[in-house]
Design a protein around this ligand. Sequence first.
Ligand SMILES: C[S@@+](CC[C@H](N)C(=O)[O-])C[C@H]1O[C@@H](n2cnc3c(N)ncnc32)[C@H](O)[C@@H]1O
Length: 348
Amino acid sequence: MTKKSWNSNLRKANKAKNDEFYTQLSDIEKELGHYKEHFKWKTIFCNCDDPEESNFFKYFALNFDHLGLKKLVSTHYQDEKPSYKLEITKWLDINQDWKIDFKDTTKISLQENWDFRSGECIEILKSSDIVITNPPFSLFREYIAQLMEYDKKFILLWNMNAITYKEIFKLIKENKIWSWYWFNLSLVFKSPYENNLEANLKFCEQKWYFWKNYIKTPAISWFTNLEIKKRHEDLILYKIYNEKEYPKYYNFDAINIDKVKEIPMDYNWYMWVPITFLNNHNPEQFEIIWLWISSSWIDIWVKPYTLEHKKYRKEIQKRGAVDGDLYMMKNWIIEVPYARIIIKNKKI
Ligand SMILES: C[S@@+](CC[C@H](N)C(=O)[O-])C[C@H]1O[C@@H](n2cnc3c(N)ncnc32)[C@H](O)[C@@H]1O
């Protein structure tokens, strides 16, 4: 095998490993408990699953009657083999080992491998009401594009890095998707692969009930396009704008805000807030203007870098630290805050 093909196989394997994270039942319960009204007489589709292992399937199977569901369909993805789907239209019991009794499910074998993009999966997608899963992160762009194309409702668990993808941020900015209750979490997923990284082993040691194939992953959030009240509640603001507390950026006309709760109630121009703002966003209260995505700054009239800033960027890149495009000058020292979002108050 050449070095190039070995590297590309390794990359593929790592990508596949990162896609095999199984969500714990307690994390699913915490979020989905808020959506009861949406599930009544609906067909739920879990299209990136292994139903006999999946806690998404378990959650809906055990709560089938309580939620008043119409149907639950889960497809089992197999890399290069034909696979099957499981369908239920009534409540499933659990046995003495707290395992689901699968004898009441309809298991349908088919030729395709149940890739979410396959013809058979798309047919199920068309006839379902809400798609709920933790999709493979490496295919996230395609995954969400397909849901938008078929105009489907969804609840998805994903890594917050996806917000920085241009296509995903555009959907957030246009209020087509939003975050829900549990946001920016460190979640523990189960994986078929052992994770021997020092940090993970330490974590497993501290939590004696986890072992190497449980992986703690930061910056995980739920996102959805289902409506609920929280999205229309105003963030309560109490601070008053003053120049000292809210410095302006040097190369862009926006003020810096370090904590979401400190957004001033009376500032009517651009404000640069931490990404956690998304969990409080009410589109009637604020407009999302932009996100820190380097190549796009030109679209919002950021001034070109000065010589000092160029020098600073070189130094910071050498140290491997996080660099940004907007910067402040404090006592003639450059300061670049970590990834932020620009917003504007719509009510003043
Ligand atoms: C992050 S895991 C989540 C599994 C499960 N939904 C859960 O949360 O416990 C993503 C799953 O998507 C599956 N998958 C990978 N590529 C897929 C594809 N093209 N179509 C459908 N499923 C896929 C993986 O095998 C994996 O089981």
